[in-house]
Design a protein around this ligand. Structure first.
Ligand SMILES: [Zn+2]
Length: 238
């Protein structure tokens, strides 16, 4: 039985009850039938919080199971036990704001310079993203910051939908943002749509509108070799 990833449909869920499917005593890890803890992936780090009263320090998806690593030396729950999970919501919400900010950045860079993103990474309220851009446009950092903050202030809705694969692969925006990289075995594509700005196949958690992100500061722009520009951002309150 696969772990039901509750956060894919409800990013606002902060606590949940689940049944333990499997226990890895040596690794102090448990697999659950359902979880609201985000497992590291797609550039977004895992959530933290508590499960069965123990601190959750790592969350990983392996095959169809999500494994939660539990700190402390308290006894682990057993297979079949019902357990309660609580997210560290401050961290998760910061990651949601940051992840949505990066999609706004992708959309802005595409609309202004028509270049794709080549990589990225995020921590709560800070992130970097690389673009296939050469040479560096004049006044690049301040210009990016101005464009991104205009889109955040516009408070665009961010919608999560699920599309059959056959339909998703025909969508121009999804083709541009590499829907083709989603494995063939996935029958339904999860789409994160910042309405009117950026649409991507994505498994991350996002805020409900760009206004909820706050504001973005471009802290640094760097050239990482020919045709690769790196932008570092911070997310701050509006
Ligand atoms: Zn994303």
């Amino acid at each position: 039985m696969a772990t039901d990833l509750l956060y894919l449909r409800d990013a606002e869920l902060r606590s949940f009850d689940a049944v333990v499917l499997d226990v890895d005593a040596d690794g102090r890890r448990v697999a659950l039938d359902r979880t609201a803890f985000y497992a590291t992936g797609g550039g977004q780090p895992h959530d933290t919080g508590t499960l069965a009263g123990l601190p959750v320090v790592d969350v990983r998806k392996e095959g169809e199971h999500v494994w939660h690593t539990l700190a402390g030396d308290g006894p682990l729950p057993s297979a079949g036990d019902e357990v309660h999970g609580e997210l560290d919501w401050e961290r998760r919400h910061a990651l949601m704001r940051t992840h949505s900010a990066l999609h706004v950045l992708c959309g802005v860079i595409w609309h202004e310079w028509r270049v794709p993103v080549t990589g990225g990474n995020m921590e709560p309220l800070s992130a970097r993203m690389d673009f296939e851009l050469d040479p560096t446009p004049e006044n690049f950092g301040p210009r990016v910051e101005e464009l991104v903050n205009a889109e955040l202030a516009a408070d665009r809705p961010i919608e999560v939908t699920f599309l059959p694969r056959a339909e998703a692969v025909l969508d121009e925006d999804l083709i541009r943002t590499k829907v083709s990289l989603v494995p063939d075995s996935v029958p339904e594509i999860r789409v994160v749509d910042i309405v009117g700005l950026d649409k991507q196949a994505d498994g991350g958690t996002h805020v409900r509108s760009t206004g909820e992100v706050g504001r973005v500061r471009v802290v640094k722009t760097e050239s990482k070799g020919k045709g690769n520009k790196r932008i570092r951002i911070e997310v701050v309150d509006a």
